[in-house]
Design a protein around this ligand. Structure first.
Ligand SMILES: [Zn+2]
Length: 266
């Protein structure tokens, strides 16, 4: 389950901006990722509006906008080392909140434009299988002396490299006996109990992502997380609006007119 926690202060300023601008506008969401095992929480602590022209239909992030946030990020990270660029925050004006094709293009552009350390990365466990365990192999890797072990469960093979040659017959026979015991397990289960073992494998992977929040003039909000890696996925996130410990730097009431001065309303 993915959560996007929005600082109440950021949401309030976003509502004010919607009321004043009325059309579509965009900002970059800043904050941090709190990672607990399977429940990443993306905390939006601040947002940064680059110079832009508010449009009635679609938000395109021009290259100047990307340059502006790149410079701003260098500055931000001097003061808040743990803040990263989480992704995009934009308004649909009077339209409902959803992710359009152009939004996806902007999100892909953010993903492609920033170095690894600027964007969040979630830890995931990629599951393989289940497979019926009908092949199990365990063999020593020998090159003069013992160099390691290779163990295969069906399609999964693990190689343990000892990184030195162990020329010790007692060690070899003791450990080979252990491998043989494990090897016998599925056969024992099948022979004595008639059960056919299956197995699954999990591989821990880190996937970079871009968070996206869409708001509108009716105080509606939608959040998604776009994951990249071997394949791309999008996940609906639960939005939680609450007070956060850290205060926004850019998005605060005193700066409202300064922020608005960056938005040309066409
Ligand atoms: Zn949009």
């Amino acid at each position: 389950m993915f959560t996007i926690t929005v600082s109440r202060k950021v949401f309030e300023i976003s509502k004010l901006l919607c009321r004043r601008i009325k059309k579509e506008w965009y900002a970059f969401a800043l904050g941090k990722l709190l990672q607990s095992d399977h429940n990443p929480d993306f905390q939006i602590v601040d947002m940064y509006l680059p110079r832009q022209e508010a449009s009635a239909t679609h938000v395109y992030i021009p290259s100047e906008g990307m340059l502006e946030i790149s410079d701003a990020l260098v500055e931000i990270r001097k003061h808040n080392k743990n803040w990263i660029l989480l992704g995009m925050w934009h308004s649909h004006g009077d339209l409902k909140c959803f992710h359009s094709r152009i939004d996806l293009e902007n999100i892909n552009m953010i993903y492609q434009s920033f170095p690894r350390e600027y964007l969040p990365a979630v830890i995931e466990y990629e599951r393989l299988g289940p497979e019926i365990l009908n092949e199990y192999r365990a063999e020593p890797i020998i090159d003069k002396g013992l160099r390691g072990f290779k163990i295969c469960f069906g399609s999964l093979c693990i190689e343990l490299n000892l990184r030195q040659e162990i020329d010790d017959e007692v060690f070899f026979t003791t450990w080979y006996a252990h491998l043989y015991t494990i090897k016998a397990l599925p056969e024992v289960l099948r022979g004595y109990f008639g059960t056919i073992s299956i197995f699954t494998t999990s591989i821990k992977v880190s996937r970079r992502c871009v968070v996206s929040v869409v708001v509108n003039n009716h105080d509606q909000i939608e959040g998604k997380v776009f994951l990249y890696g071997r394949n791309s996925d999008e996940v609906d996130a639960k939005i939680v609006i609450r007070d956060l410990d850290e205060d926004p730097i850019f998005a605060n009431r005193e700066l409202l007119n300064e922020i608005l001065s960056k938005v040309k309303i066409g």
